[in-house]
Design a protein around this ligand. Structure first.
Ligand SMILES: Cc1cc2nc3c(=O)[nH]c(=O)nc-3n(C[C@H](O)[C@H](O)[C@H](O)COP(=O)(O)OP(=O)(O)OC[C@H]3O[C@@H](n4cnc5c(N)ncnc54)[C@H](O)[C@@H]3O)c2cc1C
Length: 369
C-alpha cells in the first residue's frame, strides 16, 4: 500500500515548544529515559533544534480501514496540542484523530536479578525475555525468547543450560551485556557492542551456530552434517592453497598469499589454474574471506583465547566477596549484586577494574588449590 511522506514546519515546532511544560516526558512526570533510537517528536524538536523540519510517514493501517498511522510523531503531549500540531502540516489541515498518541513507562527487572540463562535469580525456574529485561526492539525480544525458551526446556528436562559465548553470536553479546551492565536506557543491540565483530559475520552464521542448534536438538542431523562438511571443505581448500606455490612477478608465492591481495578474487585463481573448479560458491566465498582477513581474524582469536581462559574459570555460587580484603568498595558491591558465574563475566561488570580482577583471581586460585 502506498505510504506518504510529509514534513513538520516552523509552526509545528512552535506549537510543540510552547507546550513543552505539558509534556510528561519533559515535566518529570515520566522519569525513565526513552529509547534513544525512536525519540518522541518533542524530543526531536529539543535535541535537534537546528533542524527546520522532521519527516513524518503517513502509513495506512490496512486495506479495510481508513486509519492512518503517523510514523515519526510519537508523543506525550496532550490531545489538543497533538491535533493543533498535526493541522499545521498542509496535507493534514483537516485531519481528525481517531486515536491519541500517548507515552508509557515500563518497569523492568534489573540486570543483576537475571542470570545468563535468562532465569531469574530470585524465582528459580522463571525465565524472562524481551522488554521486561530492559531491552527494546523486535530482534532483541526474539533473540532472548529463543534462549530463554531453550533454557527453560533444558531445565525442565534436567539438562545443563545453554550458554552462548560472545564470540559465537550477537545474541550472546546482548545477554552478556544485559546481565553484567547497569542499564541507563532501554538496551538496543548494535554491531558496535561486539568486540569480536570480525568473527561474528553474517556469512559464517551457520558455521558458528549450527553446532549449538544441533547440540540442543533444534537442528536435524542432515543439516548439521551439511554444515560440518562445508567447514571441512573450507579448511581443506585453505590448506591446499597454502601448499600451492607458483611464480608471480619473478617471485615464488603460495596461492593463499596471492588471494590475500585486495585485487585478487577466488575466480581469478581458477582462471590462473590454481583454484578448484568444482568448489561450491559458499565454500569459495569463505576461503576468500578467511584469506583476505586472516591477519585481523588471527588477532581477534588471540584476544579471544585470553578471554576464554577467564570464561572457563567458575566463581563458586554465593561466593563471599566480603572475605576478600583489598577489593575496592564499588567492585565488592557490584560483584555481590551481580554474582557472576565466571571470571569472564566478572571482568565485564561495570565498575570492576583489572586490579580488582587480579585480587579476585588470586583468591579464587587459593580456593582451587
Ligand atoms: C509504537 C511502537 C513502535 C515500535 N517500533 C519498533 C520498530 O520499528 N522496531 C523494533 O525493533 N522495535 C519497535 N518497537 C519495540 C518493540 O515493539 C518491543 O520492544 C518488542 O515488541 C517487545 O517484545 P516483548 O515480547 O518483550 O513484549 P510485548 O510484545 O509487549 O509482549 C508482552 C505480552 O505480554 C502480554 N501480557 C502482559 N501482561 C500480561 C499478563 N498479566 N498475563 C498475560 N499476558 C500478559 C501482553 O499483552 C503482550 O502480548 C516499537 C514499540 C512501540 C510501542
Amino acid at each position: 500500500m502506498p505510504c506518504y511522506l510529509v514534513y513538520t514546519n516552523e509552526r509545528t515546532h512552535e506549537i510543540i515548544r510552547s507546550n513543552l511544560d505539558r509534556a510528561p516526558l519533559f515535566t518529570g512526570l515520566i522519569k525513565g529515559v526513552g529509547p534513544r533510537y525512536c525519540p518522541s517528536i518533542e524530543d526531536k524538536i529539543v535535541r535537534f533544534a537546528h533542524k527546520e523540519h522532521h519527516p513524518l510517514f503517513l502509513e495506512p493501517e490496512g486495506w479495510e480501514t481508513n486509519e492512518v498511522y503517523i510514523q515519526g510523531a510519537n508523543t506525550s503531549l496532550p490531545e489538543d496540542v497533538q491535533l493543533d500540531m498535526l493541522r499545521t502540516i498542509p496535507a493534514l489541515e483537516q485531519v481528525e484523530m481517531i486515536r491519541v498518541g500517548y507515552a508509557i513507562e515500563y518497569d523492568y527487572v534489573p540486570p543483576s536479578q537475571i542470570s545468563a540463562t535468562l532465569e531469574t535469580k530470585l524465582v528459580p525456574c522463571l525465565f524472562l525475555a524481551g522488554q521486561i529485561n530492559g531491552t527494546t526492539g523486535y530482534e532483541e525480544a526474539a533473540g532472548q525468547g529463543l534462549i530463554a525458551g531453550i533454557n527453560a526446556a533444558l531445565r525442565a528436562n534436567g539438562k545443563s543450560p545453554l550458554l552462548v559465548r560472545r564470540d559465537q553470536g550477537y545474541i550472546a553479546v546482548m545477554i552478556d551485556d544485559l546481565t553484567t551492565k547497569e542499564l541507563s536506557e532501554p538496551y538496543r543491540l548494535l554491531t558496535s557492542r561486539a568486540e569480536y565483530r570480525l568473527l561474528l559475520r553474517q556469512d559464517n552464521a551457520d558455521l558458528r551456530l549450527t553446532p549449538i542448534g544441533y547440540q540442543v536438538g533444534l537442528i536435524d542431523r542432515d543439516r548439521y552434517e551439511a554444515v560440518e562438511e562445508r567447514r571441512q571443505k573450507i579448511g581443506e581448500e585453505l590448506d591446499r592453497l597454502k601448499k600451492t606455490y607458483f611464480t608471480h612477478s619473478e617471485r615464488s608465492i603460495n596461492a593463499l598469499e596471492f588471494l590475500r591481495r585486495p585485487e585478487v578474487s577466488y575466480q581469478e585463481l581458477i582462471t590462473l589454474g590454481y583454484g578448484s573448479i568444482g568448489l561450491a560458491t559458499n565454500v569459495a566465498e569463505q576461503v576468500e574471506i578467511e584469506a583476505k582477513y586472516e591477519g585481523y581474524i588471527k588477532k581477534q582469536r588471540v584476544e579471544l583465547a585470553r578471554m576464554t581462559r577467564l570464561e572457563g574459570q567458575h566463581v563458586p555460587h554465593r561466593f563471599d566477596y566480603d572475605a576478600i580484603t583489598g577489593l575496592r568498595y564499588e567492585a565488592r558491591q557490584k560483584l555481590k549484586r551481580f554474582q557472576p558465574a565466571t571470571l569472564g563475566q566478572a571482568s565485564r561488570i561495570d565498575g570492576v577494574t583489572p586490579a580488582d580482577m587480579a585480587i579476585l583471581m588470586v583468591h579464587l586460585k587459593r580456593g582451587w588449590e
